[in-house]
Design a binder for this molecule. Structure first.
Ligand SMILES: [Zn+2]
Length: 376
C-alpha cells in the first residue's frame, strides 16, 4: 500500500487584539506566498510539491497528511494558550471519510521519507468527519502545548484515515489560488504575569521551606505552591543566615486586585489577588498568601495592588502550621489543566523570578527582586 503525504508549513503572523479575559490576544497564522509556506510532497494530484489540494483517505492508495507546526511562531514573551485551531477548507465531490489526528514526536523535514514519522506518533484522537464543502476546524491545543515544549523543531500533526473505504477528504492547500480558503492556525493566548517572590528584595535571598509538588497542598492540576520561610541571607553575606521573625512584610507578587481576604482554620490569615483584574477565580491567574500574623492584613477586597505592595506580615496562623512562613500559591482558572490529557500545561508557563515553579528546591535560598523594605 502506498502512502502519500501532504505537508504544510505555516508562517506569517497577523495580530488582532481581543481583550475578552484581560490579557488574551488573538493570532492568526496564515500562509504567505513570500515565506516558505506550502504543501510538500503531494504527488498524486499534480506533478510534485505545492499542490493545490491535499487528500486524506483512499482505498488501495492510502493518503495521509502531515502538517508542520508553525516553527516561525514568535509571540512575544511567554504565553498561555486558551485555544488553538487548525482551520481548513473542505472541497470537492468525494464523500468525506473519518480520520484520526496524531502528534508527530520526532523532528522531520520536507525531504524526510514517509516512514520516519509513521512510527513516531502520539496516541491518536478521533476528529469529526469534515463536510463535503465548507469550513472545517480542528482543535490542536494539546499539540500546540506539546510543540511549545520543543520549540523550533519541525514536529507536526499527522492526519490518517480510519478506514480504507474509498472515501477521501479534499482540502484546499496553502498553494491554492483561493487565498481566503487556505489553511490557517488560530491561537488565542494569555500573557502570563512575571511573578516575583512575595518577600522583600534589597539583595535578600529567602529560604524555600517546601517545594512545589511535595504534597497535595503544594501542587494539583490547577495550582502550584511553595513555602517561603522567614529565614534569609543577604547577597553581601551569603553564609550568614538571618533569623529575625518579626514584621517581615508579604508583598504582592504581581499587579492585580484583591478578590478575597480573611481567616480560615486551614489558611490562617490570608489574601488572594486576581491578576487579570476581573475579580473572578474562573479566569486568569490568582496568587494566594497564607498564614499572615494576626491583625496584619493590609489590603481590602476590591483594592488594586501593584507588584511589591504590602499585603500583610509573615506569620504562622492556621491550624497545625509549624514555623513562620508564607504559603505562596499560584492558581490558573481555578479549574486546573486545560489540556485534555491532564498535563499541567497551563502552570508550566508560570515563572517566579524567571524560574519555573517546579524548579524551586527545599532548603535553597532564592533571591527576591521584589520591592525592598526595611524591617526589624
Ligand atoms: Zn505551604
Amino acid at each position: 500500500m502506498k502512502m502519500k503525504t501532504g505537508l504544510l508549513m505555516v508562517a506569517c503572523v497577523i495580530l488582532l487584539a481581543n481583550n475578552l479575559f484581560g490579557y488574551p490576544e488573538r493570532y492568526y497564522i496564515r500562509n504567505d506566498a513570500v515565506t516558505a509556506d506550502k504543501w510538500f510532497g503531494t504527488h498524486y494530484h499534480t506533478t510534485g510539491v505545492n499542490d493545490q489540494i491535499m487528500k486524506i483517505g483512499g482505498w488501495g492508495d492510502n493518503y495521509y497528511a502531515l502538517f508542520m507546526m508553525p516553527v516561525h511562531l514568535n509571540v512575544p514573551g511567554r504565553k498561555l494558550l486558551h485555544s488553538a485551531t487548525l482551520n481548513m477548507y473542505s472541497f470537492g465531490s468525494l464523500r468525506p471519510t473519518s480520520m484520526k489526528k496524531y502528534f508527530v514526536l520526532t523532528p522531520w523535514s520536507e525531504t524526510s521519507t514517509t516512514d520516519h514519522w509513521s512510527t513516531q506518533l502520539r496516541t491518536p484522537v478521533s476528529i469529526p468527519v469534515p463536510p463535503v464543502n465548507g469550513a472545517y476546524s480542528i482543535d490542536i491545543l494539546d499539540e500546540m502545548f506539546l510543540w511549545l515544549n520543543f520549540p523550533n523543531t519541525n514536529r507536526g500533526i499527522a492526519f490518517i484515515p480510519e478506514n480504507n473505504d474509498n472515501r477521501a477528504n479534499i482540502f484546499l492547500s496553502s498553494e491554492n489560488s483561493r487565498g481566503a480558503q487556505r489553511p490557517y492556525i488560530e491561537i488565542v493566548y494569555e500573557k502570563v504575569p512575571d511573578f516575583k517572590l512575595p518577600l522583600p528584595g534589597g539583595g535578600r535571598y529567602w529560604r524555600c521551606s517546601t517545594a512545589a509538588g511535595g504534597s497535595s497542598t503544594h501542587q494539583l492540576k490547577n495550582y502550584y505552591a511553595i513555602d517561603l520561610s522567614y529565614r534569609h541571607v543577604l547577597e553581601s553575606a551569603p553564609t550568614v543566615e538571618i533569623n529575625t521573625k518579626t514584621r517581615i512584610p508579604i508583598l504582592a507578587a504581581a499587579d492585580g486586585i484583591v478578590i478575597t481576604n480573611g481567616y480560615t482554620a486551614a489558611n490562617g490569615n490570608y489574601v488572594v489577588i486576581d491578576h487579570d483584574k476581573d475579580g473572578k477565580w474562573e479566569t486568569g491567574f490568582q496568587t494566594v498568601y497564607l498564614h499572615m500574623t494576626n491583625n496584619s492584613i493590609a489590603v481590602a477586597i476590591g483594592q488594586k495592588v501593584r507588584t511589591g505592595d504590602v499585603l500583610g506580615i509573615i506569620g504562622d496562623t492556621g491550624t497545625g502550621v509549624t514555623g513562620i512562613h508564607v504559603h505562596f500559591q499560584i492558581w490558573f482558572q481555578h479549574l486546573g489543566s486545560i489540556m485534555s490529557n491532564g498535563d499541567n500545561g497551563a502552570l508550566n508557563f508560570v515563572r517566579i523570578e524567571n524560574r519555573a515553579v517546579s524548579s524551586f528546591v527545599e532548603g535553597t535560598f532564592y533571591k527576591s527582586n521584589n520591592t525592598n523594605y526595611d524591617f526589624d
